[in-house]
Design a protein around this ligand. Structure first.
Ligand code: ADP
Length: 164
């Protein structure tokens, strides 16, 4: 059984993430979406919230599970019996860091391969930070996030702006 671990901050999940998960679910027996606990210093959404949003965005895909992780990614991957670390690649800007990480992880755990899926053309520009910026400025985020998480995200953006 091939298990792929797809790590990220997913703060919040976008259509770009869901596209990568959907395509990966066709390639691997099991896709473990791993929400990093310490990946960003000041996330907008708690780990529990990020997992909840990811679960509703992927609940129609059978072989996907969403968990959190902390610490070294290769240790986490080993723990899940995974031999694949899955990454999405948008533009050239993602490449240098991801290339460095892939080589580092390969040194740490040569039995684990990093697999890159290129973004779909329509999601190329999309990131969680862009969604947050548009949302906080009152823009329509529906083209960027799954419909089932749209309202949830909007209401959390509202709560957030009230407490500021
Ligand atoms: P971001 O906050 O920039 O969206 P994440 O840490 O949540 O980044 O991303 C997790 C993974 O998803 C990374 O491998 C990232 O390259 C990938 N990813 C993020 N957005 C997209 C997208 N629009 N298309 C393809 N892959 C993406």
């Amino acid at each position: 059984m091939t298990v792929a671990v797809y790590p990220g901050s997913f703060d919040p999940v976008t259509l770009g993430h869901v596209d990568i998960i959907r395509r990966a679910a066709k390639m691997f027996d099991r896709v473990v979406v791993a929400v990093g606990i310490n990946m960003e210093k000041k996330p907008w959404f708690t780990v529990e919230e990020r997992k909840e949003l990811l679960r509703s965005a992927t609940n129609d895909i059978e072989n996907v599970e969403v968990v959190d992780f902390e610490g070294l990614l290769v240790d986490f991957a080993r723990q899940y019996g995974s031999c694949v670390i899955l990454k999405g690649l948008r533009a050239v800007s993602d490449f240098e860091y991801e290339f460095q990480m892939a080589l580092t992880n390969n040194k740490l755990a040569p039995e684990i391969e990093t697999v890159f899926l290129t973004t779909s053309a329509e999601n190329m520009y999309l990131s969680s930070s862009i969604v947050k910026q548009v949302g906080i400025l009152g823009g329509d985020i529906s083209p960027f996030v799954p419909q089932c998480v749209h309202d949830e995200i909007k209401s959390r953006i509202k709560q957030r702006s009230k407490t500021k």
